[in-house]
Design a protein around this ligand. Structure first.
Ligand SMILES: NC(=O)c1ccc[n+]([C@@H]2O[C@H](COP(=O)([O-])OP(=O)(O)OC[C@H]3O[C@@H](n4cnc5c(N)ncnc54)[C@H](O)[C@@H]3O)[C@@H](O)[C@H]2O)c1
Length: 247
């Protein structure tokens, strides 16, 4: 059973902006943050998405700097500030190195890495000016163990995300801006189904805790890392992997 935080985890009155938020993990985070009192703005690729009650949806492509800036400007105009940024947009490929194409590398790096660069390039300086911000990116245990069901492009892209967030943690700390990364193990979502083609190996052979993760496991860890409960944590890469990776 996932234990839910209470008290100091509240996000009352805060504005949270989530990329890739129509995906399985992003949707769980959006609803958890909304229940914790945040005003939540979810963004994703589709023109429309059913993201949950009291949650605002905006469409944009994280690989575009212009679209990123325009959407963030529109949120700032409406809500005044963004306190929490969760970077969930991602794509994956499991093609082995020798068969991988330039197009695939470009796509994986664009979504996973530039999808972190674009929103942070816009918001990080604004958060520093306000002396507050919590930024959370989705890395992966693939960046630590070389990949569970992913190819080299995904491993390289997620490794870049972990490194970049450490840079941001150092640069942001004097200004009250936090930057952390979650390193999930396999989570039962559309992405996991796509790489395992709906036939994942039995979890009890590979996951010490005996099951794959679910989106709510990620949402609770995200709530912790975006709430005051983690106010002495920055630059961490938090493993949420059922014990598949331990460091
Ligand atoms: N599911 C897992 O096992 C797992 C494990 C480790 C890390 N992660 C990471 O967690 C995050 C969420 O993954 P998920 O499992 O919910 O996958 P998902 O496929 O359900 O969600 C990813 C979302 O990103 C969106 N997206 C893709 N390209 C985009 C673009 N150019 N612009 C805007 N949005 C775009 C997709 O439309 C989708 O809604 C990803 O960054 C993923 O790499 C997932």
């Amino acid at each position: 059973m996932t234990q839910h935080l209470s008290g100091p985890s509240t996000l009352e009155g805060q504005v949270a902006f989530i990329t890739g938020g129509a995906g399985d993990i992003g949707r769980a985070i959006a609803n958890t943050f909304s229940q914790a009192g945040a005003k939540v703005i979810v963004t994703d690729m589709a023109e429309q998405a059913d993201v949950g009650p009291n949650i605002q949806y905006k469409q944009y492509d994280v690989t575009s700097r212009d679209q990123t800036d325009a959407v963030i400007d529109s949120v700032l105009e409406e809500h005044g500030a963004i306190d929490i940024l969760v970077l969930c947009a991602g794509n994956i490929a499991r093609t082995p190195l020798a068969d991988s194409t330039d197009e695939e590398w470009d796509s994986i790096m664009a979504v996973n890495v530039r999808g972190v660069v674009n929103p942070t390039r816009k918001l990080f300086p604004l958060m520093c000016d306000r002396n507050f911000g919590k930024i959370l990116a989705f890395g992966s245990i693939a960046a630590k163990n070389g990949g569970v069901a992913s190819g080299p492009a995904y491993v390289a892209a997620k490794s870049a995300v972990h490194g970049m967030m450490r840079w941001m943690a150092k640069a942001g700390a004097p200004h009250g801006v936090y930057a952390n990364t979650l390193a999930p193990g396999p989570v039962e979502t559309a992405m996991w189904a796509s790489v395992t083609q709906g036939k994942p190996p039995a979890a009890n052979n590979s996951v010490p805790l005996g099951r794959y993760g679910n989106p709510d496991d990620m949402a609770q860890a995200a709530l912790f890392l975006c709430s005051p409960a983690s106010n002495w944590m920055t630059g961490t890469s938090l493993d949420v992997s059922g014990g598949m990776w331990m460091d």
